[in-house]
Write a new protein. Structure first.
Length: 66
C-alpha cells in the first residue's frame, strides 16, 4: 500500500511528529482514496553529521558560518 518517507533533521517535539504523520496520512487518503489504515508514514531523522550538501557535511558548513 502507499507509503511516505519523510527525511529531515530531528524533530524534538513528539506532538509535532504526530501532527506531521496525521497530515501526511490525510494527504495520502485524499489522493488515493483508500482507508487511512493502509498508509505507512516513516520519519527518518538525520543528524547534520550524516547529511552532505554541495560536497560538504552540514555540520561542517554550520561550523564555518560561526
Amino acid at each position: 500500500m502507499p507509503s511516505a518517507m519523510i527525511e529531515g533533521p530531528k524533530i524534538k517535539d513528539v506532538e509535532v511528529k504526530r501532527t506531521l504523520v496525521k497530515e501526511v496520512t490525510d494527504a495520502l487518503e485524499k489522493a488515493y482514496g483508500f482507508p487511512r489504515e493502509v498508509y505507512v508514514a516513516l520519519i527518518k531523522e538525520n543528524t547534520p553529521d550524516n547529511v552532505g550538501v554541495g560536497g560538504e557535511l552540514i555540520s561542517d558548513s554550520i561550523k564555518n558560518q560561526t
